[in-house]
Design a protein around this ligand. Sequence first.
Ligand SMILES: Cc1ncc(COP(=O)(O)O)c(C=O)c1O
Length: 376
Amino acid sequence: MHAVTKTQPIPFLDLSAQYQSLESEWLAAIRETGARGSFILGPHTQAFEKEFADYVGVKHAIAVANGTDSLYLSLRALGIGAGDEVITTPFTFFASAETISMAGATPVFADILPDSFCLDPASVRTKVTAKTRAIMPVHIFGHPSEMGEIMGIAKKHKLSVIEDCAQSFGALHQGKLVGSIGDTGSFSFYPTKVLGCYGDGGMVTTHSDEINEHIRRLRNHGAVKPFVHSEIGTNSRLDEVQAAVLRIKLRHIKGDIGGRQKVAEEYTMRLANSAVKTPPLPNHGTHVFNLYTIRVPQRDAVRQTLTEAQIGTSQCYPQGLHLQDVYKRLDYKPGSLPVCEQACTETLSLPIYPGMPLAHIERVCEVIREAITLTK
Ligand SMILES: Cc1ncc(COP(=O)(O)O)c(C=O)c1O
């Protein structure tokens, strides 16, 4: 069935070309950091926090060890814990819900919109109870959530909003960058992200002086000064060498985001008029395409054909978090969040990274079209 021509493999992600272009700048920063002997929360981290806050358009940015911590510490700083409910999406990476559980609260899953795959505000409204303390929208794949409506629901019910921006650095929503709209914004610098480092890293953004100070304490064992601890915190600090590479990459971010958007445009053009539903552009902002995720009813067969043609893909996400074994105790039944569950059977993420060769984009589209014809 899968008569695809053999050519060179097409990886899901190739970070090596970008690394080569930045290597000398990064190595110079490592040497300079080593000579200074300051490896954690030093001058690069402080400068990066300032540059990041200015870029996102917030008063404060607090660097932490990874994106998971940035969500967990935000929940802690907002005082969310046992007995509280936080409404979020089931169509996301596990960390979004996991951190709600880590804080001692209960994730409450609302359904998603079929096009953007972001939280559906209408479904969120049906999930608000007397225990709800916050909403955690996830700007999934690089597409901003419906923040206008979500902020409206939050205001009406006096809820906090924690934006999960792990996949959406640089995405705009009605002229504001994600991470500057809710009470806090959480970012991941995992290497595959739009702004990624060469290890783990994360950031919390906020306009609030109080949250800023609280997260600075929490990331450093709840210390108010050396050896004086006012609460239980954790060790969640950013390394200087990661801050150094992030500063370099932030200077190139416009080109990187533009590069992703260009690849997306080429895919969308080439997959038009086929059984594939390509990701729509938001009508209220911009999409930064951390992932380019299509919908196709014959998803498994298409993926199989792409794999045989040595083309890397990812299934984001194969199962709604509400149906994960670990959340059995929350008692969601199959069919309870139908839009998410349908998306889990039809979505496929295609290779995307800045500078992906046009010939590779063309080949991916060719193989997809061939796979669809074969399944007819
Ligand atoms: C939506 C989302 N939230 C949170 C995270 C967690 O980030 P990290 O891996 O840096 O802990 C990720 C990482 O993949 C993510 O995609």
